[in-house]
Design a protein around this ligand. Sequence first.
Ligand code: PLP
Length: 383
Amino acid sequence: MNPALDHIAISGIRRFNDAVAGIPDMVRLTLGEPDFNTPDHIKQAAIKAIDDDQSHYTANAGDPRLRAAVAKTWHDKYAVDYRAEDEILVTVGATEAIAIALQGLFTPGDAVLVPVPVYPGYIPLLTLNHIKPIIIDTRANDFSLTPEMIDQTIAAHSNDHIAGIILNYPNNPTGITYDADQLQALAQACVAHDLMILADEIYAELTYGAPHVSIAKYAWDHTVIISGLSKSHAMTGWRIGFLLAPAEITQALKKIHQYTVTAATTVAQIAGIEALEHGQDDGAKMRVIYQQRRDYLLKALQEIGFSAIDPQGAFYLFAKLPERFAQDSEKFCTDLAKADRLAIIPGTAFGEVGQGYVRMSYAASEENLHKAVERLTHFVETH
Ligand code: PLP
C-alpha cells in the first residue's frame, strides 16, 4: 500500500454526515451541488445521442466539438484564448482535472501554497502525491488572499521548494471572489515567485457582483484553469470537467488522463456540447434565484446573531457562530442536527481555521431555507 494513504483523513463533511445519518425529517443545507435539474434541452441532446448509438470512445482529450465550444466560451466570456487542438482537456468532472494537475505539475517533495479555509478536495491529493501543503490563513482579511500574504508565507518557508498555489474563486466555502485589480496583483506575486497557479474556477458562472475574471488573463503561462459543467449547468452527475493550460502542460497532463480514464463519457460530452452551444444563459437563470436565496439567508442569519461576509459568488454562506457556540463547530452542528433536525457543515471541515464557523449551502429550495431559519432560530433560542 502507498503509505501516504495513512495520512489521508476521512473528510470532515463525511464524518459529520455519518454522525447525523438516520435522523428523519432533516433539512439539509450541506450539499455542494445545485438543487436544479439539468436543463431539458441538454437532457434531450443526451437522449438523442443514445438513440443514435453514440457509444464509442471520443478522442482522449475530448470530443473536438466540445473542446471548440470550450475555447469559444472562454474567449467570449472571459477574454482568454486557448487552442481547442492542444490546450484544452475534457475531464471526468473538475475533480479529475485537479487530480491530474496536482500529479503532473509538481515533483514529490515540492510544496504548494493553500489558502484556507479550503475546499476539502485538494490536500488529500497533495498528500497522495507527496507534495507538502503550506497553508495561508486568510481570516485576518475576511478570507481574501493578498499578494503580501503570498510574499510573507514564502519568506517564512525558505527551506521549502514552493512550486505552486491553489486559488479557488468564487470560493467554496467562503463565497469570496476577486476583481480584476486584485487578480492582477495576485498574478504578479505568483509570477514573481514562479508559482504555477491551479485556478479552480468551477463557480465562475455564479458571481453576484461583477462578472468573473480569470487570473489566466494576467498570468497565462503560469495558470492551469480548472472548470466544468457541474455547477454552471446543474450537471454534477454527468461528470464533465475542463482543464485549460498552455499546450506544453496540457499535452503532458493528457498522458495521465489517457492512462487513467481514457476519455470522459461520450454521451455526457455530447450533452456538454449542447450546454455550451445553446445553454449559455442556463447559469444566469439559476444565478438570479441563488442571489435571492443568498440575500434571504444572509439577513436571517444576521438577525439570529451570526455574522457572515456577503458572499460574492458560489452558493455558500460561511458564517461565524455566536460567541457562546464558537468553541466547537462540530458539536454545534451535531447538536443542531439532533435537536432541531437541521444539517449544516462544521467550518473545521475546511481546515482548522474554520473553528467557530459553519458552512450553509443555499442551493436548496425556498421552503427548505425557511424551515432551516426557523429551526436554527429555535435552536439558538433554546441553547
Ligand atoms: N472544486 C470545487 C471548489 C468544488 O466545490 C467542487 C465540488 O463541490 C469541485 C471542484 C468538484 O467538481 P466536479 O463535481 O466537477 O468534480
